[in-house]
Design a protein around this ligand. Structure first.
Ligand code: SAH
Length: 243
């Protein structure tokens, strides 16, 4: 497969453009993709994405797509990370759960936005690699191995929960029940009906916990189409046979 980095190596006499330039191009794409939250843009500018991709694909780190990180998983496309983090509507000091640590990139962006982050990953080796990477880069993120669709190994509720893998509808009760009053859950879900029996495919949605005199409600907003690896677990999809 030919990558953007290969292209530059072959056709640009000076080699690949410097990381600074690629990062600036990514930020321009995020802005034109509808990201306006200055804190999110600053975080995406500050977190060194090249440190989160696998060795050899650093040249593509700022490209507009997901990249493989091993174990058939991917680091999400930069625009998707920015959309999720913006939709979390973070306040400084918010307690945030990041589901699907993967490379740790999304957790780092949330931490950089001022969130106090715990992150859960079901594949132990990815969790271990992300944990040491985040520590080395100075991000204060607590990474645990576990199933984000099952009983959560954390105490207390979260102001925001961001999920980087596609869930069946409805989202896992463990996550919905993990929201503090006013909390936001941003999660990709598959096969959402349009009410008329049609299938809208994979959508990014936001549930918000609202407590009022009538009780607790979870109004839901559709944030648009998306594409993610499956969320695998007791209230997610079942494990692939060849894993
Ligand atoms: N946020 C990551 C994206 C990783 S892709 C990043 O920035 O790199 C999604 C990740 O979710 C994969 O690593 C996958 O193993 C993990 N995952 C899938 N189902 C999960 C579950 N039930 N609980 C925790 N992690 C899960």
């Amino acid at each position: 497969m030919s990558t953007a980095a290969d292209f530059f190596r072959r056709f640009m006499p000076g080699g690949t453009p410097p990381l600074e330039q690629r990062r600036a191009e990514m930020l321009a794409r995020l802005r034109s993709g509808g990201i306006h939250d200055q804190r999110v843009l600053e975080a995406m500018a500050a977190v060194p994405r090249e440190e989160f991709v696998t060795e050899g694909s650093e040249g593509d780190a700022y490209a507009d797509r997901a990249l493989p990180i091993g174990y058939r998983q991917t680091i999400s496309q930069p625009l998707m990370v920015a959309i999720i983090v913006e939709a979390l509507e973070l306040d400084e000091g918010d307690r945030v759960l990041d589901v699907g640590t993967g490379s740790g990139y999304q957790a780092a962006v949330i931490a950089r936005c001022g969130g106090r982050v715990v992150s859960i990953e079901r594949i132990p080796r990815l969790a271990a690699a992300a944990r040491s990477r985040l520590r080395r880069l100075g991000f204060d993120v607590h990474v645990v191995v576990g199933d984000g669709t099952g009983r959560l190994p954390f105490r207390g509720l979260f102001d925001a929960i961001g999920v980087a893998a596609a869930s069946p509808w409805p989202p896992p009760t463990s996550l919905v029940d993990g929201l503090a009053p006013g909390g936001r859950l941003v999660i990709p879900v598959t096969h959402v009906g349009d009410g008329g029996g049609g299938d809208l495919g994979e959508r990014l949605i936001r549930l918000r916990r609202v407590d009022d005199d009538d009780g607790t409600h979870f109004p839901c907003e559709d944030l648009g189409a998306c594409r993610f690896v499956p969320l695998i677990g007791v209230q997610g999809y079942s494990v692939d046979m060849d894993e």
